[in-house]
Design a protein around this ligand. Structure first.
Ligand code: SF4
Length: 292
């Protein structure tokens, strides 16, 4: 009788990542298989209109805050949005949208509209920023936690305030705390890097004009390290065993890897070659850029 262990095909193993960001933690907890595709195998994904619009919106606000405080006017923000759009015209995240003709104008209009409510949310001339698009990292054991803070500023008492721009919809009550988890992560980074916990964390939902604020506590910061360490252990286990389970949810509707997902009858082993080929093809033919 044949020994089954002789013929068993071992599950593929993957290199264990040594760093985690809030989006990676969230990706693994939402669906380990999607995390494998995007964060372990690093397969390219076709860009989405909402994500690209969000990136351009972030850039426009960064440009606004590079200006002297007194120069941060609505006209300046409109000019900064135009600059940000120009910067992205040749970026793969823009080119991959395949926008042509009136779709280019509509995209531009929507980007400008994204910051329509901004000046009703705060007065940028009064903001005392000390860092923009700030890369931060800190060690927890042998793991590195890293992230980018959109804006770090000082309040009237000289305390740190973390501001995160959001370009999607504001969460309903039940999901509000979940949406703050990523920002508590930044609070942990501030404490680790500056030795000081921020006095406040703000999420600015640009499209709706809503702002959610919270005060981080020693407990909320500790929760982040505990949770992240637990997630990392699970990531390490999955990389060693090759067992990244798909987790079906509403997010599947927006998953770029659905065609290779076993939950949808796909074969994950084909994702590496096919996703790269599809992405290369998407970017291969230049689209006509409107000069109107
Ligand atoms: S389609 Fe759904 S279950 Fe499959 S990898 Fe994507 S998010 Fe996960």
């Amino acid at each position: 009788m044949a020994d089954m262990t002789d013929t068993a095909v071992p599950a593929p193993t993957y290199p264990v990542p040594m760093s985690l960001s809030p989006s990676r933690v969230s990706s693994f907890t939402s669906c380990p298989m999607q995390f494998r595709f995007s964060s372990i195998q690093k397969l390219p994904e076709p860009p989405g209109v909402a994500t690209t619009k969000g990136t351009i919106g972030h850039r426009a606000l960064e440009l606004l805050f590079v200006r002297r405080a007194a120069d941060r006017t609505p006209e300046a923000l409109a000019a900064d949005m135009a600059t940000a759009l120009d910067e992205y015209r040749t970026h793969p995240d823009y080119v991959g949208l395949r926008l042509e003709g009136t779709a280019v104008d509509e995209f531009d209009r929507n980007c400008h509209a994204l910051v329509d409510k901004y000046f009703a949310m705060e007065d940028p001339t009064a903001v005392r920023e000390i860092g923009l698009e700030l890369w931060m990292e800190a060690s927890v054991g042998h793991l590195t936690l890293r992230g980018i803070i959109d804006r770090l500023e000082l309040d009237d008492d000289g305390e740190l305030v973390v501001t995160d721009y959001k370009t999607g919809r504001a969460p309903s009550g039940n999901f509000e705390q979940k949406s703050l988890a990523g920002v508590h992560f930044y609070s942990f980074l501030c404490e680790a890097v500056f030795g000081k916990r921020p006095a406040k964390i703000r999420l600015m939902y640009l499209a709706s004009g809503e702002t959610i604020e919270t005060v981080p506590s020693a407990q909320s910061v500790k929760f982040i390290t505990t949770r992240t360490t637990a997630v990392w252990s699970a990531v390490e286990r999955a990389c060693t065993t090759g067992d990244f389970r798909p987790r079906k949810s509403k997010l599947c509707d927006w998953c770029s890897f659905q065609q290779w997902c076993p939950e949808f009858g796909g074969d994950p082993s084909l994702a590496a070659s096919e996703a790269v080929a599809a992405y290369d093809e998407l970017l291969a033919t230049p689209v006509a850029v409107s000069t109107a």
